[in-house]
Ligand binder design. Structure first.
Ligand SMILES: Nc1ncnc2c1ncn2[C@@H]1O[C@H](COP(=O)(O)OP(=O)(O)OP(=O)(O)O)[C@@H](O)[C@H]1O
Length: 224
């Protein structure tokens, strides 16, 4: 089984206002095509962990491997490239640019990466919109589409650079049950049909139960 992401003995301390051991010896692997959820009570360290796994926070102990390469200790500049290329993000809030069209929003991370022509990026973006069944929204402004559609646009944007893994911090937190179900089905399809790995923090038990595996955290530790 091919491993996409591996965390080895991750420890994290917040030094202020008082020293606080927030992540305690976290180790796990995510395989290619695996759809994994992270659950745990508020304050157990889920967002802190995701921040480290997504390479945004480099102040931790332990080792992080992406596609079997050690990325712990890499420069900020290198991590920015790794993040743009290999990790797609979906948040609770969509963070779309409301005055830009749906298509322009989806194209942005690829433009930032700067590896392809605008024509090629546009073609890729339309393909991602097609996968998410929202190709018809391409030329609408982001402000003109519904909440559920915005989250699908955010997923298309997360996919644009063909990442190895999608990470989500409560991506269904702002959605009603119908739209949350839609997002679940999209993630499931991406994992089964595109062999994409997904690691999703959620408070939604129904969502988590249907993923391939649940990582449960308590008080900074993985308990199951
Ligand atoms: N910058 C910081 N400095 C000090 N303590 C922090 C900092 N950020 C978070 N914490 C604390 O670390 C713990 C873990 O926070 P974290 O946001 O990772 O929890 P969480 O499991 O994601 O919670 P939620 O489900 O409510 O989002 C909490 O006790 C929080 O108060």
């Amino acid at each position: 089984m091919e491993t996409v992401l591996e965390a080895k003995n991750i420890n994290k301390y917040f030094k202020k206002p008082v020293s606080f051991h927030v992540l305690k010896d976290i180790s796990f692997k995510i395989n290619k095509g695996e759809f994994v959820s992270i659950m745990g009570k508020s304050g157990c360290g889920k967002s802190t962990l995701l921040y480290i796994l997504s390479t945004m926070d480099t102040e931790y102990e332990g080792e992080l491997y992406l596609n079997n390469e050690l990325i712990t200790g890499d420069s900020r500049q290198k991590l920015t490239v790794i993040r743009n290329k290999h990790i797609g993000f979906v948040f609770q809030f969509h963070y779309l640019l409301s005055e830009f069209t749906v298509l322009e929003n989806v194209m942005l991370p690829a433009k930032k990466l700067g590896e392809k022509s605008i024509k090629a990026i546009e073609k890729d973006a339309l393909e991602k919109l097609r996968i998410l069944n929202i190709e018809h929204l391409a030329h609408k402004r982001a402000s003109q589409v519904s909440g559920g559609e915005k989250q699908r646009v955010a997923i298309a944007r997360a996919l644009i650079n063909n990442p190895s893994i999608i990470m989500g911090d409560e991506p269904t937190g702002n959605l009603d049950s119908h739209n949350a179900d839609n997002v679940f089905n999209i993630f499931k399809k991406l994992s089964v049909e595109e062999n994409l790995s997904l690691l999703i923090v959620t408070h939604d038990e129904d969502f988590a139960k249907r993923t391939d595996r649940i990582i449960t955290m308590e008080d900074g530790k993985i308990i199951s």
